[in-house]
Design a binder for this molecule. Structure first.
Ligand SMILES: [Zn+2]
Length: 189
């Protein structure tokens, strides 16, 4: 985990993992061997870094609280992910199921806020799902995901929203990101 850097005020690219960087599976990704990077993801990450984004991966992995596997497995999978794509500024996992009622399972924004706090010492403290989309901490903050739960979490921190097809991943939207596209319109409720 990097040191908090409150001097840095740039934009964060919040990225979902499965369906954005690697192919997902209805049965979870259960080992490093099951991780297959989607073509174009490596180049897209390179482009984001070139543009000056810091990158925070936020992933829901309820297999953990379902008792299928534990921390060693997620660390091994994420080591492999970073061997393929380079080291990320933050890589955060929510291990919970819906019924655990945590604050980090997307669409709740706990992981994004925690990442923002780690990376630049600032985050949104509250979320009003029925209110207006909040102002982002940096106007170019963005969220890329393949599900509405990703869009919801990104909405809650005011990020530009880019929804992708789970078979195409981040390469589907990288040109839009490079061109400072305002992102998709999304209503969480
Ligand atoms: Zn959680």
């Amino acid at each position: 985990m990097p040191e908090m850097d409150s001097e840095w005020n740039g934009a964060i690219a919040f990225l979902d993992r499965d369906g954005v960087l690697n192919y997902g599976s209805p049965n979870y990704i259960n080992s490093p061997e099951e991780l297959t990077i989607i073509p174009g993801a490596k180049q897209a990450i390179k482009e984001l870094r070139k543009l000056g984004y810091r990158i925070a991966i936020t992933t829901n992995q309820s297999a953990i609280m379902r008792g299928m596997w534990g921390e060693e497995t997620i660390h091994a999978i994420h080591e492999r992910l970073q061997e393929e794509l380079g080291v990320f500024d933050v890589l955060m996992t929510c291990p919970h199921r819906n019924r655990d009622m945590c604050g980090c399972r997307k669409p709740r924004p706990g992981m994004l806020n925690h990442a923002s706090h780690i990376i630049r010492g600032k985050s949104h403290d509250t979320v009003d799902w029925w209110g207006d989309k909040p102002k982002p901490i940096h106007p170019l903050d963005l969220m890329v995901g393949d599900r509405d739960s990703d869009m919801g979490a990104g909405w809650a921190v005011g990020a530009r929203l880019f929804k992708v097809d789970e078979k195409i991943g981040i390469q589907q939207v990288i040109e839009r990101i490079i061109n400072d596209d305002p992102g998709d319109v999304f209503r969480p409720v």
